[in-house]
Design a protein around this ligand. Structure first.
Ligand code: 3PY
Ligand code: MG
Length: 256
């Protein structure tokens, strides 16, 4: 299957999708019906695991949207398990140095680009229905690699990190970045935004697509205007809570 995320990034000004914490293919379908471009199945924070994620990936593909998985940590076994269930992209947190970025690409690509563990008896290879001669090439071509830059070290080493071949999206994690600057949670603090702009400029200068996380639409739009193309907007649980709260408040207002 072609990579829907890659296709959209080549034609759209920006793409938008939420992080997911709930182990629910139905929530994925709802996100697809609502018109999001992708979902990020979050295995770094929250309870999700690869077993729960597989049906969520199916639901994403049946809904015509892309499935990204945020991996727990920069670990080759975890990256290969995510790719085996057929995600369109792996998103790896806390990349701080060139060696970290090289480790991600090595784990995500088959030879000659890397050393991804080889198994064709998985969803990604259509359970062997995709010819051997085709699968490895196709996987290397279509699978996307997203790295988080979310600390001072990552920013200091960005020039070197950007030299690594095989990285599709540089994702700025504003929350971890704010913490690393001694400003935990202050994602709109001028010092945090200054560092974010630095990453956007450098990555764009190297022709890389940039992504970030936002809690609200206006911040998303602000970053999109500055060239951020992969926008992760909020989290399933937060979106559900806000919608429920607005509804309940609406009822109480009507009552008065
Ligand atoms: C961060 O902000 O640190 C993220 O990883 C995305 O929410
Ligand atoms: Mg983070």
């Amino acid at each position: 299957m072609a990579n829907i995320l890659k296709e959209k990034l080549s034609t759209e000004k920006f793409v938008v999708g939420p992080f997911l914490k709930l182990p629910s293919p139905a929530v994925v379908e709802i996100m697809g019906l609502a018109g999001f471009d992708f979902v990020i199945i979050d295995c770094e924070h929250g309870p999700l695991n690869v077993l729960a994620a597989e049906d969520m990936v199916r639901a994403a593909h049946l809904s015509g949207i892309a499935a990204v998985m945020r991996i727990t940590e920069n670990n080759p076994a975890m990256i290969s398990r995510a790719l085996d269930i057929g995600v369109d992209a792996v998103q790896v947190p806390q990349v701080s140095a060139r060696a970290d970025a090289e480790k991600v690409v090595k784990a995500a690509k088959f030879s000659p680009a890397g050393e991804r563990g080889v198994c064709r008896f998985v969803r990604a290879s259509g359970y062997t229905s995709i010819e051997k001669s085709e699968y490895f090439q196709r996987a290397n071509r279509d699978t996307m690699v997203i790295i988080h830059i979310e600390g001072q070290d990552g920013i200091n080493n960005l020039d070197e990190i950007l030299q690594v071949e095989g990285i599709d999206i540089v994702f700025i994690g504003p929350y971890d970045l704010s913490q690393s600057l001694g400003l935990p949670g202050q994602v709109d603090h001028p010092d945090v935004e200054k560092k974010m702009l630095e990453v956007i400029e450098k990555a764009a200068g190297k022709g890389k697509c940039v992504g970030t996380f936002v809690d609200d639409i206006s911040t998303g739009y602000k970053w999109a205007k500055l060239g951020v193309q992969y926008i992760s907007y909020s989290v399933d649980v937060g979106i559900i809570y806000e919608a429920c709260k607005r509804t309940v408040e609406g009822f109480h207002k009507t009552e008065q």
